[in-house]
Ligand binder design. Structure first.
Ligand code: BGC
Length: 811
């Protein structure tokens, strides 16, 4: 015993000696404790670390000429910070991973490497080619987030994340600026394609899986845009006025799940304000909720140029300002010197960043190959895309194609499939497989006459388009739809076995969509195309399938009766044509389900009257900026009030019994499934509620079913939606006749609502109904339990209180 004590003591002594030796050596990140590294940094170094090193992207000369003074507004301005060593470092790292959105500062002496940050949610976004270099640096364009969410398959999303993360690693980046995970509050948000769902549970689970997949490769993620960034109109200034309850139950809930289950390295604050404060300047949002309530351990970065006041951002807990300017660094240094910013606040920001840099590939000295396995990743995207497509209609078994050898394809989109949306969420992929290519790869032939006429039309339309250089945010100009003549439609109906019509839409960063023909509604030309082709093919006794190649919801109710089948292919990534063909031919049995509602018309959407809000009188003396600033960085004061409150998506439609075209959770299969044998305890809720159901494939094709668990809570002091999604699971591939048992557990939080008055999550006493279904309106099994007394599930901090009363919608 004595011996043991002795040796224990000697170990301690040796350890202490070692630590003294270490701390007497030069201070180095990784060798010296992070706090000590921070202590050893000068004020200037700290300020330089919490501000990114600027943005270096080439602006074409034609656009440069439009900028005030012909100067690139993004290029770092050296006169803003008097530190030549800093600028030398910036020059040294500026070309690391060309096309990166930003980089953090490097301090060689302290062993602190730069970290390279790149977009974005559907795949790594870097420059595909480099000056004086014959190699290419293409990345895989994976399916958009909305499609991935429609798979309801977290394991699949994780596998996409693994492939994406591997490209981040092998191309030399450290953190990818994704996944995007704002709630799809309104179908017109131009960036909905980057987001998962109108429901926070799906959003949170998908984002957590994506984060886990990406980070399993030893690189970081940045979940964005935190929070309530649900529109692009006036995105840099809009003040979002929203109740604490709607924030907690909807707009923050997905982020909470992603933070707690996924542990992302970083979070990106958004451009907008919430209840009066820029999110990047909100201590409530970034410290009270994110860190104190949820336990977030990484660092927070701004969106690019987000917020106004660097000092307020530091204090709020927005650790890193991106892309960063010399002016911000100088302001931070000055503020500390003048006592306006406590140095210990800055120290905390620095520490948060260093803790993540410590995990980064750059810090590990990872030697990247610039050669990820793009072939293998193409297979991942091909499979994922097919798994997330949603079969909306399938009359008379129009699909899968059987005995179809030759198809006539229509619609400009058929010849130019859109793999993903525009802006920073766009990927520079090597190719996108067209529908023609995909169908030919699957062994079909394409009816030539109609194809040739349409290709001629597209070529002419392109030649007539003004040859302006486009800024990277801007979508390509839309090619007007081909006007098919009845004679051509009839001739191709004679020649082909079936017709396919593609309807495409694109949108992205910087602008919202419009509730107009050609966008949310079909254009007259598209409507004619569907009518003319369907009439000719139906006369010839042949089927017509519409493929929707879209990034956000459109109106379908007025035309869906015309074709035989409608396949919602979303924007499916670079293997588009192959993935679509896999579903059309039945190689993959569709199992996607909507994670958003398709309403009958736009005005039915509960937020329609408050989207995108109003512009306020501009009292500032601000001079109009450059055309670019005016177009994308508009500084007009604006506000939007979320009067629909907690009634977003199906929470509204189901509670207010408003008919929809396709409800949340809906999607067909080539097979049929029975959900039966709900085995659940009856009586009182006892801390948790475990139950199971059996899913049987009752059709003749192997397939998968998504089981959705909704909970209807009793009316009490707090108003409740008719039901909310509390759990979901997808079966494995079930052979005809095969049965799988799915198990679920509900915990107190699933029962709870957020009470603004007490800032607590409470489950109110009464009877709860568990509804197990295959869509939010197709419930197959039910069970009930009782909660005898009110239950306080969690106490949260009072935060983000609106400064006025909101006229919230109530049933
Ligand atoms: C976008 C972000 C993006 C950043 C960097 C911003 O304009 O809103 O989503 O990550 O640019 O490119």
């Amino acid at each position: 015993m004595l011996m043991k004590k002795k040796s224990f003591l000697s170990i301690i002594v040796m350890g202490l000696a070692l630590m003294t030796a270490c701390s007497s050596g030069p201070v180095k990140l990784g060798k010296t404790p992070v706090r000590k590294v921070v202590e050893s940094m000068t004020l200037e170094q700290k300020a330089e670390l919490v501000v990114g090193t600027g943005m270096f992207f080439e602006i074409p000369d034609s656009l440069l000429a439009m900028m005030p003074g012909g100067v690139n507004p993004f290029a770092p301005k050296k006169d803003e910070l008097n530190d030549s060593a800093y600028w030398a470092m910036v020059e040294k790292i500026r070309d690391l991973v060309p096309g990166a959105a930003g980089r953090t500062a490097e301090f060689e002496g302290l062993g602190i490497p730069t970290n390279v940050l790149c977009d974005g949610p559907a795949g790594l976004r870097i420059s595909p080619t480099r000056k004086g270099d014959n190699n290419t640096y293409y990345c895989t364009a994976f399916p958009i987030a909305t499609l991935l969410a429609s798979s309801w398959d977290t394991a699949l999303v994780r596998s996409v994340g693994e492939a994406m993360g591997n490209e981040v690693l092998e191309y030399g980046a450290d953190v990818i600026l994704g996944p995007g995970m704002n709630l799809q509050r309104n179908p017109l948000c131009g960036r909905n394609f980057e987001y998962y769902s109108e429901d926070p549970l799906i959003t949170g689970k998908m984002a957590a899986s994506m984060v886990k997949g990406i980070q399993s490769q030893g690189v970081g993620t940045s979940i964005k845009h935190y929070a309530a960034n649900n529109q692009e109109t006036n995105r840099n200034t809009v003040n979002t006025i929203v109740s604490e309850r709607a924030l907690r139950e909807l707009y923050l809930e997905g982020f909470r799940i992603a933070v707690q289950e996924g542990q992302p390295w970083t979070v990106m604050s958004s451009y907008n304000k919430i209840n009066g404060s820029y999110t990047s300047e909100s201590h409530d949002l970034l410290t009270k909720i994110l860190r104190n309530d949820w336990g977030f351990k990484g660092y927070v970065m701004t969106d690019w140029g987000g917020g106004k006041d660097p000092i307020a951002q530091m204090k709020a807990g927005n650790d890193l300002l991106m892309p960063g300017s010399g002016k911000q660094i100088s302001e931070i240094i000055q503020a500390v010197k003048e006592g306006k910013l406590e140095e210990k606040v800055l120290d905390k920001n620095v520490e948060n960043i260093l803790n993540i840099i410590l995990k980064s590939p750059k810090f590990r000295g990872y030697s990247y190959s610039n050669k990820p396995d793009l072939k293998a990743h193409a297979e991942v995207t091909r499979k994922a895309a097919a798994e997330g497509m949603v079969l909306l209609k399938n009359s008379n078994s129009a699909l899968p194609f059987s005995n179809i050898k030759k198809v006539a394809i229509f619609g400009v989109g058929s010849f130019n499939l859109i793999s993903g949306g525009t802006g920073s969420g766009d990927v520079n992929e090597a190719y996108t497989v067209s529908l023609v290519q995909g169908l030919e790869n699957a062994g079909l032939t394409i009816e030539e006459k109609s194809m040739k006429e349409q290709l001629d039309h597209i070529q002419k339309a392109k030649a007539n388009q003004p040859q302006r250089r486009r800024f990277f945010f801007m979508p390509s100009p839309v090619i007007p739809e081909f006007q098919v003549k009845p004679a051509l439609a009839s001739a191709s109906a004679q020649n082909a076995d079936a017709a396919l019509i593609t309807i495409s839409r694109n949108s992205g960063e910087g602008a919202d969509r419009k509730a107009e023909k050609g966008d949310f509604y079909l254009s007259d030309e598209e409507m004619n195309l569907i009518k003319t082709v369907s009439s000719a093919f139906h006369t010839a006794g042949k089927k017509v399938v519409v493929v929707l190649n879209i990034g956000g919801v459109i109106e379908t109710a007025s035309w869906r009766d015309i074709p035989d089948a409608v396949l919602l292919a979303w924007q499916p990534g670079q293997e588009a044509g192959n993935s679509i063909a896999d579903v059309l031919l039945g190689k993959v049995n569709p199992s996607g389900k909507l994670a958003c509602t398709f309403p009958m018309k736009y005005d039915d959407v509960p937020s329609a009257k408050n989207f995108p809000g109003i512009e306020l009188p501009d009292t500032s003396t601000r001079k109009p900026g450059s055309p670019l600033e005016e177009a994308f960085l508009r500084a007009k004061p604006a506000e939007v009030v979320y009067e629909e409150d907690i009634f977003v998506g199906y929470r509204y439609f189901n509670t207010f019994k408003v008919p929809v075209a396709y409800e949340f959770g809906y999607g067909l299969s080539y097979s049929t499934f029975d959900v039966s044998n709900l085995v659940a305890p009856s009586g009182k809720f006892a801390g948790k509620y475990e139950f199971s159901v059996d899913v049987k494939n009752t059709g003749s094709t192997a397939g998968r079913e998504v089981v959705q668990v909704y909970l209807a809570a009793p009316a009490g002091k707090l108003v409740k939606p008719a039901e909310k999604l509390v759990a979901f699971a997808k079966t494995s591939l079930l052979q005809p006749g095969e049965t799988q048992t799915l198990r679920f557990v509900l915990v107190p939080r699933d029962l709870a609502s957020f009470n603004d008055a007490t800032s607590t999550w409470i489950a109110e006493k009464g009877n709860y109904e568990v509804r197990v279904g295959v869509s939010s309106l197709d419930i197959r099994q039910k069970a009930t339990f009782e909660l005898p007394n009110d239950l306080t599930v969690e106490k949260a901090t009072k935060a983000l209180v609106p400064d006025r009363e909101i006229k919230v919608l109530r049933p």
